[in-house]
Design a protein around this ligand. Structure first.
Ligand SMILES: [Zn+2]
Length: 522
């Protein structure tokens, strides 16, 4: 349906200037990741899009069958694929919990979790760009540390993310926050937003979704307007889950292009922007909410203004834009059950690991032998356990049996069996792209469609499965020389970096998992 919509819009446009070859070299490559943006949103709300999303869909190379084609569809692994061209199994960023956290790289000027790309293996697009053009620069901004850090790779460039009201960076990148960021922070926009309201962009009749849904937002503040706390500090914390967060992130990106003179020094520069608010809003209100509808309309509007201002500065022929997402999202199980999917549940397997770990502690001492994260069962101490005459394979087999018995679990695979499993199965393929042999993974657990992992009793909508709901993402290339059209070939986010490399005649510094999307080029 999205294809019909896009084709319909495109047919109504005047003919474009014919593509020329070779493609012009852009002054600025802009890679926009919208955190948790499902591609069906663009179809659902398409008739109401007038801004930046509409421009990309009408004039870009639109891939309707694009995937974050790995199993743990979380923010950190998703962001690690986009400009590396490699699966999480090869980037080393397998899950959020082993993402960018780094206590040896403290934040500058604020309290909070230190962060760096220390776990990221290998090179990314910017490294190849820099090798070819030593003067090239990168700026990356996001509401989240992982959203800002992972698209750039290990390069010590300009990388900023939002922490409690200000944008900052970590000691990995710099010793101080530069003046232009301090001046931007000095406007205190999130603090001054205290007491302001998020109201619908369009008249209420333009939103078919019910507003009052009891399971949304943990049952609190479920209807419009949503008011930020009157305390400025509290408002700055809550600000990340409002559309204005994305507007602010784009404003910082624009300010950075000016301050750093991106695209104005002869080299091609990289601007990466990861817009985080859709993820916070999607977790709280779900993918079928009035809130997510309004959020997508607002991103469309913000991106429209953002592109306009980039075009004023660079001219539209000098900017190459990519839009994608780090993952999708699965609806609230409560909603899925109401729609007849009676098996949709939140799966909480913790008691299995607690009881097995307690038994292993009694037998072998120590503690916390089994670690379960994001569907992977890890046993880093396998060798030590075996040395104490524990039959590890039997323990793992027992755990697998107990996991399979849980409602909502579709399958439990031994990681060691993935290499020989049926590769035409997308679940097998996505786990292979996820797990590397040196991670100490024993089992991988896949839930049934529409079931999600439960977290500490917090009833939110969730992603992280190797399902199409969580893995299907938008992918659009836009720019002078991009062959406009709707492409239905199955593509992956790992194809973005090789495609950009080809566009700029760069040589990737290592073997990639993605392919060049020849559909994009003239
Ligand atoms: Zn995310």
């Amino acid at each position: 349906m999205i294809t019909a919509l896009v084709v319909g819009i495109a047919a109504a446009l005047p003919a474009m200037v014919p593509a020329i070859a070779p493609p012009p070299k852009p002054r600025l490559v802009v890679v926009i990741t919208v955190d948790q943006l499902r591609p069906d949103y663009l179809e659902r709300y398409g008739a109401q899009l007038r801004g930046g999303l509409a421009m990309l869909l009408k004039q870009g190379a639109v891939f309707t069958d694009a995937y974050q084609d790995h199993a743990i569809t979380e923010t950190a692994p998703g962001h690690s694929t986009i400009l590396s061209g490699r699966w999480p199994a090869h980037t080393g960023i397998s899950r959020n919990l082993a993402g960018v956290q780094d206590s040896s790289a403290p934040l500058i000027g604020v309290q909070g979790q230190g962060a760096s790309p220390a776990r990221l293996r290998g090179t990314e697009f910017f490294d190849w760009l820099k090798a070819a053009e030593p003067g090239a620069r990168a700026l990356s901004v996001s509401g989240k540390d992982r959203g800002a850090i992972l698209p750039i790779g290990r390069a010590k460039e300009q990388v900023y993310w939002y922490v409690g009201g200000v944008f900052t960076t970590s000691r990995y990148y710099a010793d101080t926050v530069p003046l232009w960021v301090r001046v931007f922070n000095g406007q205190r926009v999130p603090f001054r937003a205290a007491g302001t309201e998020w109201r619908l962009l369009l008249p209420e009749r333009d939103y078919p979704e019910p507003d009052s849904v009891p399971y949304e937002n943990q049952g609190r503040d479920v209807v419009f307007p949503h008011r930020l706390p009157s305390d400025s500090g509290q408002a700055a914390l809550a600000f990340v889950a409002t559309p204005t967060m994305d507007s602010l992130t784009l404003a910082l990106a624009l300010e950075g292009t000016r301050a750093l003179r991106l695209g104005a020094r002869g080299a091609t520069d990289l601007l990466a922007v990861s817009l985080s608010a859709t993820d916070y809003i999607g977790h709280a209100f779900g993918p079928d909410s009035r809130e997510i509808h309004d959020q997508v309309l607002r991103i469309d509007q913000y991106l429209g203004r953002f592109f306009e201002q980039l075009f004023v500065r660079y001219g539209s022929n000098s900017v190459l834009i990519v839009l994608t997402a780090d993952h999708g999202v699965t609806p609230f199980p409560e909603r899925s059950r109401a729609l007849g999917r009676s098996g949709a549940v939140r799966v909480v397997p913790d008691s299995i690991f607690q009881s097995v770990n307690a038994a292993l502690d009694r037998r072998a001492g120590g503690g916390g032998w089994l670690q379960f994260e994001s569907g992977m069962l890890l046993l880093p101490g396998r060798t030590e356990l075996a040395a104490q005459d524990v039959n590890v394979d039997s323990v793992i087999a027992d755990v697998a049996t107990r996991l399979r018995a849980l409602p909502g679990v579709a399958r439990v695979d031994r990681a060691a069996d993935l290499a020989t499993a049926d590769s035409s199965d997308p679940v097998v393929r996505r786990w292979r792209h996820q797990v590397s042999s040196d991670m100490g993974v024993e089992l991988v657990v896949t839930l049934k469609p529409f079931s999600i992992w439960g977290y500490a009793g917090v009833p939110i909508a969730m992603h992280g499965q190797p399902s199409d709901l969580d893995a299907h993402v938008p992918l659009v290339f836009w720019g002078s020389g991009v062959r406009r059209g709707v492409y239905r070939t199955r593509v992956r986010t790992v194809d973005i970096a090789p495609t950009l490399a080809r566009w700029l005649d760069l040589t990737p510094a290592e073997p990639l998992d993605g392919r060049v999307l020849t559909e994009v080029s003239p």
